[in-house]
Ligand binder design. Structure first.
Ligand SMILES: *[C@@H]1O[C@H](CO)[C@@H](O)[C@H](O)[C@H]1NC(C)=O
Ligand SMILES: *[C@@H]1O[C@H](CO)[C@@H](O)[C@H](O)[C@H]1NC(C)=O
Ligand SMILES: *[C@@H]1O[C@H](CO)[C@@H](O)[C@H](O)[C@H]1NC(C)=O
Ligand SMILES: CC(=O)N[C@H]1CO[C@H](CO)[C@@H](O)[C@@H]1O
Length: 470
């Protein structure tokens, strides 16, 4: 490690240790405050690092900075702003909340908010993410035919790594069809799903492997969330993982880790899906490098036992420790942040809300196996999870507005989640594959219409590839 890196690291650690300078929540978050919010920060170490982030690598079940050798914990923020307003919020509407006129044109869910032509929008938003003390931004939709250089370079200059999706909801999607159809179906007006998916994913890998701050590729996200039939599509997640791993090797690219981000089914299903994806079924190539759960179960400031004492073992995370505490690969909360129960908040001010206490819990109770947590999500959208209200979300709110939850997350992110930066991975046994029968039972439990055999992976689709549709 060179002297410069030591100095930079010292700055980063110093900045991370600053907990007391966070401005007081909502009184500080009035409209028009992004400039003052930036000035409030002490995260200047990130600014000075100007695009010298080192790739993050996996060793055993943990993540490390490839140059300093220090443990890496992802303090992430989900980023997919659609420029909505209060009129699009789901459920009952409060009379005093009047929708505003968004400053930027509305984006469909599947739009790509990180392409170069979106710079006018993200150039002001990325500093607000860095200002939280975050080091990771998670994206959900990439148009592989567009450049993302501006986003990646600005993110790097702010000390931000980027989690990049390889699949998305429209073109290049992994359909909720029983395997092997999810990799071989020809769909009307679309073409061959596997070919299109692979072509799209390879273009994304081509583009993003060059950036040192590409954190991980997300091979899939909650494929069973909107359609139960997705429970029969998991062999296609493994097939895509296999084919992208082989592509990374064939092209000589940096081995950016591949992670799957699972809806938190709870119970044994989430563990069985994790084990299935992390195991080597036909070859090491079909195993994901890391596993993520999108967890919304922690909805109270603290959990008490029958004596009234605060007791982690009564919390919903206890079961996650039991199930994943000795998982063979890095484990991340690829989304988190319940916004109901004690964390409920409402317009017009979205006061109170989430305290993000889960991060302290991870630091104190789960740090031996948890490698990161992605707060959901940056912008206020129809499900009201946003840390900020983008300009025009409400009438009269013409600038971005930071919520109480933004500042609460900032306080949590500014702590050192990993106390021992030189902590070494714990030796783990390789994850064993679940049996064919176990996989069928899981699918029956989830009431899929047509179950698939998880022990057989779809073949790699044959070339020639199709080209991207207009
Ligand atoms: C911050 O706000 C809280 C109420 O949310 C209040 O109790 C506390 O005194 C405030 N702190 C400062 C420094 O203003
Ligand atoms: C910081 O504050 C000064 C004045 O207080 C303002 O001119 C400047 O634009 C702010 N800088 C940023 C980065 O917000
Ligand atoms: C930190 O981790 C290293 C390697 O696992 C260990 O040798 C050391 O004792 C730990 N330090 C503390 C303070 O726990
Ligand atoms: C969260 C918070 O501190 N809110 C305060 C903001 O300021 C008004 C008056 O200026 C107080 O009434 C709030 O309690």
């Amino acid at each position: 490690m060179g002297a410069l890196e030591t100095a930079v690291l010292a700055l980063v650690v110093a900045a991370a240790a600053q907990q007391t300078t966070a401005p007081n929540s909502s009184n500080h978050s009035s409209a028009g405050s992004p400039a003052s919010a930036q000035n409030d920060t002490t995260t200047t170490a990130a600014d000075q690092m100007t695009s010298s982030l080192h790739p993050v690598v996996i060793r055993g079940n943990l993540l490390y900075d490839s140059v300093t050798g220090h443990r890496f914990f992802a303090k992430g923020v989900a980023y997919n702003p659609r420029n909505g307003n209060y009129g699009q919020v789901l459920g009952t509407h409060k009379a005093e909340c009047i929708p505003g006129q968004p400053k930027f044109p509305p984006l469909p869910y599947f739009a790509d908010p990180a392409a170069d032509d979106m710079e006018e929008q993200f150039k002001d938003y990325l500093p607000l993410i860095a200002n939280l003390g975050a080091n990771v931004v998670r994206l959900y939709n990439i148009d592989p035919e567009k450049s993302h250089r501006k986003f990646m370079e600005q993110a790097a200059s702010l000390g931000l790594y980027v989690m990049v999706p390889l699949t998305r909801g429209d073109w290049g999607f992994l359909p909720a069809l029983p395997s092997p159809q999810c990799y071989f179906e020809d769909l009307p007006d679309y073409g061959h799903v596997g070919l299109n998916l692979l072509t799209s994913a390879k273009l994304i890998v081509d583009q993003f492997s060059q950036y040192e701050n590409t954190f991980m590729f997300v091979v899939g996200n909650e494929i069973d969330h909107l359609d139960r039939q997705g429970f029969a599509a998991y062999p296609c997640v493994k097939a895509l993982t296999r084919d992208i791993h082989r592509y990374q090797k064939a092209e000589g690219y940096r081995r950016v880790p591949l992670i799957y981000s699972n809806k938190d089914q709870g119970g044994q299903d989430r563990l069985e899906i994790g084990e299935y994806l992390a195991c080597e079924l036909e070859s090491p190539d079909d195993a994901v490098d890391a596993f993520g759960l999108n967890v919304y179960s922690w909805c109270d400031p603290e959990y008490h036992d029958e004596t009234g004492a605060v007791n982690f073992r009564w919390s919903p995370y206890q079961e996650i420790v039991r199930q994943f505490g000795s998982f063979s690969k890095p484990f991340l909360f690829t989304e988190f942040g319940c916004n109901i129960g004690s964390f409920k908040w409402e317009c017009p001010d979205y006061q109170g809300g989430r305290t993000w206490i889960q991060l302290s819990v991870m630091a104190d109770r789960m740090i031996d196996f948890v490698s990161g947590a992605v707060a959901f999500e940056f912008s206020m959208e129809n499900n009201e999870f946003g840390l900020v209200m983008t300009p025009g979300f409400l009438k009269g709110q013409n600038d971005i507005k930071l919520t109480d939850s933004y500042f609460a997350l900032q306080r949590q992110f500014r702590q050192d989640i990993v106390k021992n930066m030189s902590q070494q991975p714990t030796p783990r046994e390789k994850t064993k594959c679940i049996s064919r029968e176990t996989a069928f039972q899981l699918q029956y439990r989830q009431h899929v219409g047509q179950a698939s055999d998880w022990t057989v992976l779809p073949e790699t689709p044959l070339f020639p590839e199709t080209t991207l549709l207009p």
